[in-house]
Design a protein around this ligand. Structure first.
Ligand code: HEC
Length: 296
């Protein structure tokens, strides 16, 4: 990951030293992240559905090496369901969720090894955003782009090596990507510029990709301000696209649970602890009234 990572690694020293070398390290543009519907975090139906989708759509390339299959019992799946419906091949229920693909092969095929997803949500949580919002937006931001080796690109992760695994489910989509970026011809002698070029410090590039990934139109305009990026998708089959969004939200719920399986337990403990405090407060107030009644 080129852009987002460099932003993240740049953010930490900047925080510690409180100074950002002026103009030298301007963060690259990031698209706005959509909010993942977080009410799914503790919804057993969403978690179970997410687990099934994860196993069928992601586990062929990615592993989840910190998870044992039988841990899925904690989200309400029983041993028969796990063994019968989820585990393919000769893995046993006490095994880790590993995959057969070797990392070296993956690197050969994709150019990059798919990362282990056990703690991917935590790994992508930063001061600025939640890992859940990041992965939710990432998985919904693929668009066809004939200029890349996979035929896909991603508005959140430029030139990602991962293909869009939801393409059949999601149906065709067009994409409009708008970037405001530093102008490579900034400050040059206007007399030497070609038609369409400008010496302004910023340019705004708006590219429209059709459902096959061919660029339909590119407009370059003048712009002032700072680096930004935005993406808009138009689904040719909105019903399927919406169902895919729903599936992705459930996958993220599962990834989130996997990143921190104790979260759900903590939620329940917290719930009972609060309940106890409320009851205790009512008893204390009643006792207080009883004691002071005779004194007054
Ligand atoms: C065909 C193989 C393949 C499949 C299937 C696949 N991925 Fe990936 N994935 C990759 C590769 C390769 C990368 C590394 C991309 C890169 O660094 O450019 C990756 C990277 C990622 C990342 C990290 C992005 C980042 O910011 O570093 C996440 C999150 C992810 N995949 C989630 C998923 C989920 C969830 C699924 C299932 C719905 C899935 N992937 C299915 C190949 C795959």
């Amino acid at each position: 990951m080129t852009r987002m990572r460099s932003v993240r690694s740049a953010a930490l020293p900047a925080m510690f030293f409180g100074l950002l070398a002026l103009g030298a390290n301007v963060p690259a543009a990031e698209v706005h992240l959509d909010r993942w519907p977080s009410e799914r975090a503790n919804d057993p139906a969403a978690l179970q559905h997410g687990a099934r989708l994860f196993v069928t759509n992601c586990l062929n390339c990615h592993s989840a090496r910190l998870m044992r299959w039988n841990k899925l019992e904690e989200i309400g799946l029983d041993a028969t369901q796990i063994k019968g419906q989820l585990i393919y091949g000769d893995q046993r229920i006490g095994d880790m969720m590993t995959i057969a693909m070797r990392s070296a092969d993956a690197t050969k095929w994709f150019g990059k090894a798919p990362p282990d997803l056990s703690t991917i949500i935590r790994a992508n949580s930063t001061v600025e955003h939640n890992g859940t919002d990041y992965v939710y937006t990432l998985l919904r931001s693929f668009y066809r782009d004939q200029s890349t080796s996979t035929g896909w690109n991603n508005a959140v992760f430029h030139n990602i090596a991962m293909p869009n695994v939801f393409w059949q489910m999601q149906g065709p989509r067009t994409a409009t990507i708008v970037r405001v970026e530093r102008n490579e011809h900034a400050g040059e002698n206007p007399a030497k510029l070609k038609p369409g070029q400008t010496a302004m410090p910023w340019v705004r590039v708006r590219s429209v990709y059709d459902a096959q990934g061919d660029v339909q139109s590119t407009e370059t305009g003048l712009s002032t301000g700072s680096e930004t990026k935005s993406a808009r998708f138009q689904a040719l089959d909105p019903v399927r696209a919406e169902a895919t969004d729903n599936d992705i939200a459930d996958i993220v719920a599962f990834l989130n649970w996997m990143s921190e399986p104790k979260k759900m337990e903590r939620f329940h403990v917290g719930f009972w602890a609060m309940g106890y405090l409320v009851v205790f407060f009512l008893i204390a107030r009643w006792l207080n009234n009883v004691f002071w009644r005779d004194v007054k």
